[in-house]
Design a protein around this ligand. Structure first.
Ligand code: ADP
Ligand code: ADP
Length: 229
């Protein structure tokens, strides 16, 4: 379950400047749809509407046939997991930050999620900027490592629907590959909307939507898009 539909969705932050201009697509339950396109096209806005940071101004978004406007934010948070582009960590151990995904999880479940996201090595440490009572320094995490903490949190939460906002920042190839592998594990058999910055990271998506200036300019599988361009 967790099928998503966008039907003729319009949205503007400022009424004089429409951002999304009639977006329609579906993410069938368990499938992955990637949204690519130039910076400013409206990709992040699309994901924010699905997470209900804002409501659509016309058109409809549904999850399992239910209009998002009739779903409370609280119940939506249970269904949708978000791996944001910039992860903010909280003032406690990495393990605590992972456990936030599902506070009732056992120690073994937290560790299993950490292993999938490949953060097992530093799970007991504090993020940089936070000091322990004995004055130990926190650990400086790279953007990629922070994103892996968010992935572990989401693995633990195990929501039926996932929004992945891929990092734009230049990650080194090894980090990128590790993140990609972890994301592949999380998105498997989950309804997933990926906001991608490069076509090369979403080869396996069931459908790719190319967004340009708030409209869908093109859509198809990776192979179909390549054949056309
Ligand atoms: P993308 O993710 O494709 O780069 P965004 O959805 O972030 O695009 O942004 C689309 C357009 O909306 C951009 O012109 C951006 O400046 C504008 N925008 C994004 N967020 C806001 C906001 N909170 N308030 C006003 N304008 C915004
Ligand atoms: P919102 O942005 O509406 O507050 P959330 O409450 O889901 O939405 O928080 C955004 C992200 O920050 C989520 O990934 C969530 O898991 C994480 N988060 C929020 N509060 C904490 C906390 N106290 N400790 C760890 N992670 C947190």
């Amino acid at each position: 379950n967790g099928a998503i539909t966008f039907k003729d969705v319009h949205f503007a932050y400022d009424p004089a400047r429409p951002i999304l201009k009639g977006i329609s697509f579906e993410v069938p339950a368990g499938k992955t749809v990637a949204v690519v396109g130039p910076s400013g096209a409206g990709k992040s806005t699309l994901s924010r509407l699905l997470y209900r940071f804002y409501d659509v101004q016309s058109g409809t978004i549904t999850i399992d046939g239910q209009d998002l406007r009739t779903v409370t934010q609280k119940s939506l948070r249970k269904v949708i997991g978000m791996v944001p582009q910039d992860t903010v960590l909280f003032n406690d151990t990495i393990a605590y930050n992972v456990r936030y995904g599902r506070p009732g999880a056992s120690e073994a479940e937290v560790m299993a999620a950490a292993e999938i996201a490949q953060i097992g090595d530093f799970i007991r440490q504090l993020p940089e900027g936070f000091e322990t009572k004995v004055g130990e320094r926190g650990l400086k995490l790279s953007g990629g490592e922070k994103q892996r903490v968010a992935i572990a949190r989401t693995v633990l939460k195990s929501p039926p629907v996932l929004i992945l906002d891929e990092a734009t920042s230049a990650l080194d190839t090894t980090t990128e590959r590790e993140i990609q592998a972890a994301l592949d594990v999380v998105s498997k058999n989950r309804t997933t909307l990926v906001i991608a910055h490069r076509l090369s990271t979403v080869i396996g998506a069931d459908e790719i939507i190319v967004l340009k200036s708030g409209v869908i300019a093109e859509r198809g599988t990776h192979a179909e898009l390549l054949a056309r361009n």
